[in-house]
Write a protein that binds this ligand. Structure first.
Ligand code: GLN
Length: 492
């Protein structure tokens, strides 16, 4: 009974709770038991909230019972267990951002998007591991140690939201929140064989998402299938007075049909994303998935995004520049780790020296350099101009197509430590995901096959600004005729 509960999708869980097929306490207990068994092997979590989750489960059960009695409606996610990336605040739950500098930080406020899910009845069971301040592609830069890929625990789950992706893949939660600044939702989704949506910039509030690169950051969600992701996305999204970059564009209510067709959908294939150096099996599976879109009625169109090759250098100027400014707030005065010292200046230096890890320090130095007088125009200013060209590439492509389909990452999950000591090799993992963030458009990753090592391969669907609906519809149609999203790692 308990193992099968943790196999259910979000929609199946909500249906089962409503019909009283199982109680919310049974459900939460099943997940907590699974977490207890698998956590030593996967290490997806940094904080667990078992007691609170169980008491909220009892409240949800009582609410279902009284609604059944009175015939009234219940909130849409009542009793749904979720996990939250430890870069996103939940009041009263420690938020460390994978960093020693915030090891004991307990935020007094909840992120707006999380609050919306809580208001809809969701239950947070814990906070998931992340690369330090979301800087990385493997979770290996976390001060809490790495997360392990549930498909092969000698490999990384991707990053930076690796804990959330691994937790969903391992069946420790049916859904988990993540953030994506340059690929941190899509790449771990791809490495772990789950679904991950990075919404349009401005679609989901960033209030309570600890800032990395403020013009690039977005919050999204991991689930096993596109339908579940669409439901959670629609509840998280929308304008928020606490984030002035959110936009008042109506959030689509998605009525995904059982057997969705894609007649009339124009799918763009960007030649720049099928370059030398991508793993042959990744290319094969992505092309096979695109062919299924064609069989579902979509029309395939070649498109060109000519400035793609500049995305990597542009991102690695803009993101560190913004990070160096954002991370200046960790001065150890009001919160965070503080090292004893004789003078204030010495205290800053020692606390930040001890509190930040090597990758974060590298980014702060890169960013500070790019912003310094004399270099600002040559580096940061120039990068901003090229960013505009990258965005224009997408705008032009979306005049001809409704969706762009391409690989998420050039390879499947790599071995732990494989890129240690070679930051550039790690940065190259992001080559296909960064352009999306620079352009601010939405991206959805979903599983489309396995390589010879039985490691998941993902595809990403990119859409025009605020057209997440197109991505969900295409993914749902694909999942209606394939079963990659139903495969689970052999952990039991
Ligand atoms: N790997 C990229 C980086 O290190 C992207 C991380 C992210 O999206 N948060 O910056």
């Amino acid at each position: 009974m308990n193992t099968s509960l943790t196999d259910l999708s979000v929609i199946q869980i909500l249906d089962g709770l409503k019909k009283a097929e199982f109680s919310c306490r049974e459900l939460v207990q099943a997940y907590l038991e699974r977490i207890a068994i698998l956590e030593p092997r996967v290490h997806a979590f940094v904080t667990l909230a078992e007691e609170d989750a169980l008491s909220l489960a009892d409240k949800a059960d009582a609410r279902y019972a009284s609604a059944r009695h009175s015939g009234s409606e219940t909130p849409p996610l009542l009793g749904l267990p979720i996990a939250v990336k430890d870069l996103i605040t939940v009041a009263g739950m420690r938020c460390c951002c994978g960093s020693a500098i915030l090891k004991d930080f307990v935020p007094p406020f909840t992120a707006s998007a999380v609050q919306r899910l809580l208001d809809a009845g969701a239950i947070v069971v814990g906070k998931t591991n992340t690369d330090e301040f979301a800087m990385g592609s493997s979770t290996e830069t976390s001060a809490f140690g790495p997360t392990f890929n549930p498909w092969d625990v000698t490999r990384v789950p991707g990053g930076s939201s690796g804990g959330s992706a691994a937790a969903v893949a391992a069946g420790m939660v049916p859904a988990a929140l993540g953030s994506d600044t340059g690929g941190s939702i899509r790449q771990p989704a791809s490495f772990c064989g789950v679904c991950g949506i990075k919404p349009t910039y401005g679609r989901v509030s960033r209030y309570g998402l600890v800032a990395y690169g403020s013009s690039l950051d977005s919050m999204g969600v991991f689930t096993r299938n596109a339908e579940d992701a669409a439901l959670l996305f629609s509840l998280m999204a929308g304008i928020d007075p606490l984030d002035s970059t959110t936009v008042d564009v109506p959030v689509p209510v998605l009525n995904l049909r059982e057997k969705e067709r894609l007649d009339g959908l124009r799918v763009g294939i960007p030649q720049e994303y099928f370059i030398e150096g991508i793993q042959p099996q990744v290319r094969q599976c992505v092309l096979a998935a695109i062919d299924i879109l064609r069989l579902l009625g979509a029309e395939l169109v070649e498109v060109s995004l000519p400035h793609t090759e500049y995305a990597l250098p542009v991102y690695y100027l803009i993101a560190p520049a913004e990070a160096s400014a954002n991370l200046a707030r960790y001065d150890s005065v009001r919160f965070g780790l503080r090292e004893p010292a004789a003078t204030l200046w010495e205290m800053f230096k020692r606390s930040r020296g001890v509190g930040f890890g090597a990758e974060v320090k590298r980014r702060i130095m890169l960013g500070t350099y790019a912003l310094s007088a004399g270099y600002y125009d040559a580096y940061y200013g120039q990068a901003q101009k090229v960013r505009t060209l990258i965005r224009r590439d997408f705008d032009q492509a979306f005049e001809h197509v409704d969706l762009i389909a391409c690989p998420v990452a050039p390879s499947t999950a790599f071995k732990l430590g494989e890129h240690a000591g070679d930051p550039l090799a790690m940065y190259l993992e992001d080559v296909f995901t960064l352009p999306t963030n620079l352009a601010g458009i939405p991206g959805l990753a979903l599983p489309v096959g396995f390589d010879d090592n039985h490691l998941p391969i993902g595809i990403q669907f990119l859409g025009a600004h605020f057209r997440e609906d197109v991505l969900f519809r295409a993914a749902h149609a694909y999942q209606g005729v394939t079963d990659w999203h139903q495969q689970v790692p052999a952990l039991d």
